[in-house]
Write a protein that binds this ligand. Structure first.
Ligand SMILES: C[S@@+](CC[C@H](N)C(=O)[O-])C[C@H]1O[C@@H](n2cnc3c(N)ncnc32)[C@H](O)[C@@H]1O
Length: 327
């Protein structure tokens, strides 16, 4: 493994040692060593070299509460600004954000801040909690969790480009409390240790959604909180849509339950206090092509004559946020 990546993971291990998730260390270092030997993306070492080229800066102020805003424009020279922007562009496409780094606006495909605004009012305060974000993407919401004073925030996601994007942002705000591990949920031991587990935008990508919910449950301590966000369809507790080859052009979509069906799944798996916090139809303002993600986006995936349908004829994306407690 290259030295930079090793230093990222060593810092994560140090953090884990101090807290209730220390058991993770029984499996994680060997998994990441194996990952570095056998699963590295062809560009990974190049991306790491580019991260290492990001200039060191001293952010005069940081806001993680209202946005992810690190540093001000005046903290850096014009030359540094061009250098940072050029390097960050090497990590395109940027899907989850936005980020503001010393005044550089990374206008991502998703307004992930809008999702956070729908979620935050409905969850237990994160202050001092051990938090896991499963399928964390670039880590956008992890920064917002840190802004809410979580004790430690761990994100897992198998995407190596997302790992690099996360580390590129962390370069500018080197908090010891926030860590990204490039593993899938199925690789985690049942830690039963986190106070809050988030999983947003992942359930429909899992071939076995009930196993996935069980894996999320197994990361929570007794009484811990699950915050689940996923695509849903209208219908009663018997309604679950299984997508064909593609849903809104995505190939890896499996099950879209109704909210009632999802509630039943959660209750059968031992969750209580199941609350539907929000239901929202995704708009082309929330997911769109931008200068930082230049390929097709939601507007291209909807039926041009009827925006309530995807181009495959399924109901257009509608998302629910559900909060539940582990019994
Ligand atoms: C649609 S994105 C959601 C990102 C972010 N949570 C959000 O709400 O914007 C789904 C993410 O799940 C990740 N993912 C897919 N399979 C996973 C697995 N087995 N374990 C953890 N994450 C996974 C993907 O790499 C991807 O980044």
């Amino acid at each position: 493994m290259n030295k930079l990546a090793q230093s990222w993971f060593n810092a994560s291990y140090q953090r884990m040692l101090q807290g209730p998730v220390a058991h993770w260390l029984e499996t994680l270092p060997a998994q990441l060593a194996h990952w570095a030997k056998h699963d590295l993306h062809g560009e990974f070492d190049k991306w790491c070299r580019l991260v290492a080229k990001l200039p060191s800066t001293t952010p005069s102020e940081t806001d993680l509460i209202n946005q992810v805003r690190i540093g001000k424009e005046g903290d850096i020279s014009d030359y540094e600004r061009k250098q940072i922007e050029g390097l960050l562009r090497q990590f395109m496409p940027w899907r989850k954000g936005p980020f503001y780094i010393h005044g550089i606006h990374l206008d991502t495909e998703w307004r992930s801040d809008w999702k956070w605004e729908r979620v935050l009012p409905h969850i237990s305060p994160l202050a001092n909690r051990q938090v896991l974000d499963v399928g964390c993407g670039s880590g956008y919401h992890m920064w917002r969790m840190l802004g809410e004073n979580a004790h430690s925030v761990y994100g897992i996601d198998p995407s190596q480009l997302f790992l690099i994007q996360f580390q590129a942002i962390k370069h500018f705000y080197a908090s010891e409390a926030i860590h990204f591990l490039p593993v899938g949920i199925e690789q985690m031991p049942a830690l039963q240790a986190f106070d809050t587990v988030f999983s947003m935008g992942v359930l429909y990508h899992r071939k076995d959604p009930l196993l996935f919910l069980t894996q999320l449950r197994d990361q929570l301590r007794k009484g811990g909180e699950l915050v689940l966000e996923t695509l849903v369809v209208d219908g009663d507790e018997h309604t679950v849509l299984m997508a064909g080859e593609r849903y809104a052009q995505m190939r890896n979509v499996w099950f879209l339950p109704s909210v009632e069906a999802l509630k039943r799944w959660l209750s059968r798996l031992g969750f209580i206090n199941i609350v539907v916090a929000d239901i929202n139809v995704t708009t082309v303002k929330e997911q769109r092509t931008t200068p930082w993600m230049t390929s097709q986006s939601l507007a291209d995936f909807l039926n041009p004559e009827d925006n309530t349908k995807t181009i495959e004829g399924y109901p257009a994306p509608q998302r629910a946020v559900i909060v539940a407690t582990k019994r």
